[in-house]
Design a protein around this ligand. Structure first.
Ligand code: AMP
Length: 113
């Protein structure tokens, strides 16, 4: 999508702190980190939110999570633990309407908030 920030990060038209890229997903560091490690993992295909997922996207979403697991290990946070979050819609605080998995770790976190 031409006006999507994350699509532009995927194509390199907007700079980011790149972490990982393959033919299905891209990962980069969050601009405003909420934890010592805060990485966003996004599908290369534009999908607005979980609300617009289709059955065809099931393998892609699975790959999003296995990539998160791999990056957590690379970042050295797998053993102590990390949080994976997908915000969906306004009430959940979704501000960028291109599905993204937040990978947060590097310090203990409260259960909510
Ligand atoms: P959400 O609130 O779940 O939609 O999360 C959007 C996230 O994208 C926020 O944590 C922002 O800090 C992050 N973000 C917005 N623009 C950029 C950018 N250009 N590069 C990296 N992260 C960004």
């Amino acid at each position: 999508m031409s006006d999507c920030i994350f699509c532009k990060i995927i194509t390199g038209d907007i700079p980011s702190k790149h972490v990982y890229h393959d033919d299905q997903v891209t990962a980069f560091r969050d601009l405003n980190p909420a934890a010592p490690t805060h990485i966003l993992i996004v599908p290369n295909k534009h999908i607005d939110s979980i609300n617009t997922l289709t059955n065809e996207d099931e393998q892609l979403i699975g790959h999003l999570f296995t990539t998160a697991k791999q990056i957590a290990a690379q970042e050295g946070i797998a053993e102590n633990g990390y949080r994976l979050i997908i915000n969906t819609g306004a009430h959940a605080g979704q501000t960028v309407f291109h599905i993204h998995l937040h990978l947060l770790g590097g310090a203990p976190m409260r259960l909510m908030g």
